[in-house]
Write a protein of this length. Sequence first.
Length: 182
Amino acid sequence: MIDRDALTLDAADWGRGSAVRVGVVTDFDAGRCRVRVRLAGQDDQAVRTGWLPWATWAAGHLRVWSPPAIGEQCLVLAPSGDLAQALAVPAVFQQAGAFPAPSSNPQHTLLQWDDGGFIRYERDTHRMVLHAPCVVRVDGDLLVSGDVFAGGVSLRKHKHTGVRAGNDTSAGPTGGESPACQ
């Protein structure tokens, strides 16, 4: 007697067997938002996908542009094992490879770029740290409810010398240079 439930499970297992694969991004097309992925093998023996769309954090009201890098490990999701419908899901850390995790602290959330820039939120200290190798540029107004410190000087509490008390107003600021990189 044939067990139809067993046949259905076997068919489902067969389809799932090729539905999720780990691969490495080999080619990138920014204009089309597509990547090609090596699923197995090296050089002439490599098994590669066609051009696949890649998943991102958000693509609606908020859109995040963070394209996968050549050599970045990813998952390829292929519904029913069909690579024609596949999607690349980037961002699998390679601790011994080209793209290790930038932190091991579970209290930190971190965005880090390969040129050294980063944004880090530290839940344990309640601090946010923004680091840019060159300059941080704000286009538009900047509203700060706390104090601002630059070079150890408080914007709210610093003192001026050579100013008379009363209704006089001091002259505008002097000195200062524009940053070398803008």
